[in-house]
Design a protein around this ligand. Structure first.
Ligand code: URP
Ligand code: ZN
Ligand code: ZN
Length: 459
């Protein structure tokens, strides 16, 4: 089906112009003034609206066995929620644990998405141990189009790798031209601090943050950077949460280490007082790294505005109230994570662009373009250009609303951002030229999404 989108203000990194966009056979075929409609095209009037490239969430968990339970979404629910919020591509963490076979895990994660997602998707492959067959297995995963790895310097004995395994992963990644994303903490220190706090009778969710303090995240970030420096690999710190860790990452960058930084939605908008709320309200805000002291938020916003933080993801990871209550007697049993896939674009637009913290250019870059470039999707995704996939977000800046669990599409019974205002939302969202969303409603084709095959980037 062809589309002609008339008279919107097209916003890409480095340019902003009013024009028409013509879409045929899933791609953008023409951009210009007063374009002629192809035969049988649907015509969409975008006068007064912004048109963004489809947004990319570089860090989500959908299928995730974790902390004695499973994250709540399926690819069907998560992709519909993503699209309603303007995200047209997500990259899911494929997370087999240490006891699983990596290739079997990779096939399992793929099977959960196949034919189910309404938007396009890719994977980061987690390396949770490094044994004799790991190299050949990872080579197969990369040949299959999954050209980025993930390591955890946390979650001891489950997802976590030791320093030797980190070295082997980075050394192989360098040879394969593959970027390595990393959860940066210190698994041993976290385990020791957890035991110490519990022994002191400190069991509530407010003790989660003290068990993984900023210094522990800064140490993990520094160690990752040092290993990158000594393997010449390229790395990407996921969900960086605090000024201390940011400082370490930027110091490494300034001495030439190839390190990129992602922060995620919760750390820009929520602080540790949310996790200090009594009972299950606090548990709903338990994630790792934890919510931090409020002063960190301005450091993150400033770094994002200047591009020192490269991308904004969500670390979408929904556990419902009943699951959170698994940790009612001990914070170490509270499943870590919070949903965000549906709200990232609107909340970053409102609390970033509209509140003057972020310019429109950087917003598009951080929420779409830079992830496309870092993860081998550009210019197919992440921009509006002739030849690119027609993933488009026609954005109504006059919309006013409030984030709420009552109206969300994510499969979770709470929303960690409950009550926050949004000033703007997608009016139309397309995936490869098909209208999937109109004004907050999914109107499209379930299962339309395809797995995106990516080449090694050889930075
Ligand atoms: O708390 C979090 N972030 N849960 C998901 C797993 C991870 O560390 O990304
Ligand atoms: Zn993590
Ligand atoms: Zn994560």
């Amino acid at each position: 089906m062809a589309l002609l989108i008339r008279n919107g203000e097209i916003v890409t990194v480095g340019s902003r112009a009013r024009a028409d966009i013509c879409v045929e056979h899933e791609t953008i075929t023409r951009i210009g003034k007063d374009l002629e409609a192809p035969p049988n095209a649907e015509i969409i009037d975008a006068t007064g609206k912004l048109i963004f490239p489809g947004f990319i969430d570089p860090h989500v968990h959908i299928y995730l066995p974790f902390m004695a339970t499973f994250a709540k979404d399926t690819h069907e629910t998560a992709s519909i929620a993503a699209l309603i919020g303007g995200t047209t591509t997500y990259i899911e963490m494929c997370c087999p644990n240490r006891n699983d076979d990596a290739l079997e895990g990779y096939q399992l994660w793929k099977s959960k998405a196949d034919g189910k997602s309404a938007c396009d998707y890719a994977f980061h492959m987690s390396v949770t141990k490094f044994v004799k067959e790991t190299e050949s297995q990872l080579r197969q995963v990369v040949s299959d189009g999954t050209a980025s790895f993930k390591i955890f310097l946390a979650y001891k004995n489950f997802f976590g790798v030791d320093d030797g395994e980190m070295y082997q992963t980075l050394e192989l990644a360098k040879r394969l031209g593959v970027i390595v994303t990393a959860h940066c903490e210190n698994a041993e220190l976290v385990a020791r601090l957890q035991q110490k706090l519990l022994a002191e009778g400190k069991t509530g969710p407010e003790w989660h943050e003290p068990s993984r303090p900023e210094s522990v995240e800064a140490e993990g970030t520094g160690r990752f950077a040092t290993f990158l420096e000594n393997t010449a690999a390229t790395g990407y710190v996921v969900h960086l949460s605090c000024e201390k860790a940011l400082h370490v990452a930027l110091q490494a960058k300034s001495r030439g280490v190839r390190i990129y930084v992602e922060s995620v939605l919760p750390h820009f908008l929520l602080d540790k007082s949310y996790a200090e709320r009594p009972g299950v309200e606090g548990m709903k805000h338990v994630m790792s790294p934890p919510l931090r002291a409020k002063h960190n938020q301005s450091a993150l916003w400033n770094a994002l505005a200047h591009g020192s933080i490269d991308t904004v993801g969500t670390d979408h990871c929904p556990f419902d109230t009943a699951q959170k209550l698994l940790g009612k007697d001990s914070f170490v049993n509270i499943p870590n994570g919070i949903p965000g896939i549906e709200d990232r674009v609107n909340l970053m637009y409102t609390h970033g662009v509209k509140r003057g913290r972020l310019d429109l250019d950087r917003f598009v870059d951080a929420a779409s373009t830079r992830a496309a470039k870092l993860f081998g999707l550009f210019p197919r995704k992440g921009t509006i250009a002739v030849g690119s996939d027609a993933d488009l977000v026609i954005y109504a800046t006059n919309y006013r609303g409030v984030v709420s669990a009552k109206s969300q599409h994510v499969n979770c019974d709470y929303n960690g951002f409950e009550g926050m205002e949004i000033e703007g939302r997608p009016s139309v969202v397309t995936v490869r030229g098909k209208v999937q969303v109109r004004d907050g409603k999914f109107v499209g084709e379930r299962g339309r999404g395809r797995m995106l095959k990516r080449e090694p980037a050889y930075f």
